[in-house]
Design a protein around this ligand. Structure first.
Ligand code: FES
Ligand code: FES
Length: 174
């Protein structure tokens, strides 16, 4: 018989609880149990980066992470990147401004990855940008504009004088 675990974690600033099987993936917890479908699942094998979310500020592939390992941690999904009033974060604004997306399937993963990247490296070089996003695949191959978006996001963050995740707040749904 399958064993279930009661877990509690913070998702986008909101305390959440769930009862999950030991092998429940974090991506499934977010999408199916918590209804946060902004996190996309592409390969389910840790290759594409579409499922990237932030755990305690660090990017993780939610398709490779068991939900139970997120217990007690602070998870931020794409739904939590904007300010509480819905104002897009500087990274989100930059992607919109520079057309850093086409179909948008990979975008939530890129936004989370880039948010963490710019917190660690606020003014990345071209090589650092390429290296930083190398774990995220865009099947539309819109990389040029994605790279532009990362540089623009760095500018916007510098102008605002804030950290990349400063807009993180409650997701707006309880
Ligand atoms: S869905 Fe997780 S890395 Fe592709
Ligand atoms: S914008 Fe389509 S997969 Fe990246």
């Amino acid at each position: 018989m399958e064993e279930f675990h009661d877990i509690a974690l913070t998702v986008n600033g909101v305390h959440r609880t769930a009862r999950v099987p030991a092998r429940r993936l974090l991506s499934d917890l977010l999408r199916h149990d918590l209804g946060l479908t902004g996190t996309h699942v592409g390969c389910e094998h840790g290759v594409c980066g579409c499922c990237t979310v932030l755990m305690d500020g660090d990017p993780v592939r939610s398709c490779l992470t068991f939900a139970v390992t997120a217990a007690g941690h602070d998870v931020t999904t794409v739904e939590g990147l904007a300010a509480p009033d819905g104002t897009p974060s500087p990274v989100q604004r930059a992607f919109r401004e520079c057309h850093g997306l086409q179909c948008g399937f990979c975008t939530p993963g890129f936004l989370c990855t880039v948010t963490a990247l710019l917190r660690e490296t606020p003014r990345p070089t071209e090589d650092e940008v390429l290296e930083g996003i190398s774990g995220n695949l865009c099947r539309c191959t819109g990389y040029q504009n994605i790279v532009k978006s990362v540089h623009r996001a760095a500018e916007l963050l510098a102008e605002a004088g804030v950290d990349a995740d400063a807009g993180a707040g409650p997701e707006g749904e309880a």
